[in-house]
Write a new protein. Structure first.
Length: 425
């Protein structure tokens, strides 16, 4: 058992709603980080035979192993000590943790009583910021009724009524991309986007920040994604209204083609990509975590003044990402030329790990028929003796690993949580 940490009174209390995959790993992150004086976790129901069952659920993980060994090494000893079964109190590495087991509706959770200012909702259930806090089925806004000053949703917003837009007090933020846009006078509900959007945003930002690669003509992304709890272990019958029938097929034996809202969410955190015809899709595979983004981007080609070669090529892109990794103030981007497989990168603390050895480019020509360009002025069309222009372009394929559970997403969610609390009024 580690020594009990002595906390300063000014350190805050964190609220976590749900001990699902991201909820439990969020708890791990903040136990290790020690920014919060105390952590209150709402599970909303009894678990197993009591608090020891919850302790074991927190401590043990099939993907990452035992919490204490994952956080502190193979010689580390167990960190959890049960203090009060009835009150749901335990110490984890010296951090007081209270487990609430009564309320399921966010409005009914007693955050105010426990001094919680920031709540991270990890249920994945309350995605619509337009739903009123008093909704009988629950709402992300209900946490504000319970005493929270700000709620962070560990998933993207999803507004059911397509006629509505996101309220002014709701914003999507990704740490290291646009977290400084948080306005404590305005924003009450924050989405931390998704694991894929987090990795993708950190892949595309170095391209947009570089003059040579900032003008992307078109782009698309596929994520080769580990399974999630939204899928079926064995084949199941779809719910009423379910359109994605593949997700009801067994995750053990299937490659699942499905959608992702990463392109839409990317435009919310990096508005510059709105002019790009960006497409995105997801391919679920039978692994527990570690996913791979395959980013395809097309640039207008230009010869280098020095050697006449295309200015954008594989070497140039790898140097760009290597430099971005080396100079990033918080090392959120990593670059590697090693031949890795997912298990080599499990838990690595980075938003994305660029797979330099597999990146590649190719120069080609696009035959552009100017007669197909809408509203082309006649006097401009006359300038071209040929109606078809041969435009040189560079196609680039860029690969980026990301630990969609702990290493990439949960750590960035933790960074965002601390940033928001530090900037509360």
């Amino acid at each position: 058992m580690a020594n009990v940490q002595v906390f300063e009174n000014k350190k805050p209390v964190l609220g976590i709603n749900s001990l699902g995959r991201i909820g439990k790993l969020t708890l791990w992150h903040h136990i290790n980080r020690k920014y919060f004086r105390e952590i209150v976790v709402n599970q909303g129901r009894e678990v197993g035979t009591g608090l020891d069952s919850i302790a074991q659920a927190i401590e043990k993980d099939t993907t990452y192993g035992l919490m204490h060994k994952f956080l502190y090494g193979v010689k580390a000893e167990r960190l959890i000590q049960i203090v009060d079964e009835k009150q749901g109190k335990m110490l984890i590495d010296g951090v007081p943790v209270t487990i609430l087991r009564e309320a399921r509706n966010p409005s009914d959770i007693s955050w105010r009583q426990h001094g919680v200012e920031v709540v991270v909702d990890c249920t994945g259930k309350f995605k619509d910021p337009t739903v009123a806090s008093e909704n009988k089925h629950g709402s992300i806004r209900g946490h504000l009724n319970g005493g929270a000053k700000v709620v962070i949703n560990s998933s993207p917003f999803k507004i059911k009524n397509k006629a509505l837009s996101a309220p002014d007090d709701a914003v999507t933020l990704i740490y290291g991309i646009n977290n400084t846009a948080f306005n404590p006078k305005k924003h009450l509900i924050v989405s931390a986007a998704s694991c894929t959007t987090t990795g993708l945003a950190h892949m595309i930002k170095p391209l947009l920040d570089n003059e040579e690669t900032s003008n992307i003509l078109t782009a698309s992304m596929s994520t080769i994604h580990a399974v999630t709890n939204t899928q079926s272990v064995l084949d199941s019958v779809p719910k009423a209204g379910e359109k994605d029938l593949r997700k009801n097929r067994s995750i053990l034996d299937s490659i699942i083609l499905t959608s992702t809202n990463a392109a839409k969410a990317l435009a919310e955190v990096i508005p510059e990509v709105q002019h790009i015809g960006f497409m995105a899709d997801s391919i679920r595979i039978p692994t527990s975590t570690m996913s791979l983004i395959v980013l395809n981007a097309t640039f207008q080609a230009r010869a280098s003044k020095q050697d006449g070669q295309m200015a954008i090529n594989t070497k140039m892109l790898n140097e760009l990402y290597n430099k971005a990794a080396a100079h990033h103030p918080e090392k959120l981007i990593k670059f590697t030329m090693e031949q890795n497989v997912p298990s080599d990168l499990l838990g690595v603390d980075a938003a994305v790990i660029i797979e330099g050895q597999f990146n590649h480019t190719r120069t080609a020509f696009i035959n552009l028929d100017i007669s197909h360009i809408p509203n082309m002025p006649a006097d401009i069309a006359k300038v071209f003796p040929e109606k078809v222009l041969k435009v040189p372009v560079v196609h680039a394929k860029i690969f980026g690993w990301y630990d969609n559970e702990f290493g990439s997403y949960t750590n960035r969610l933790g960074d965002l949580t601390v940033y928001i609390h530090k900037n509360l009024l």
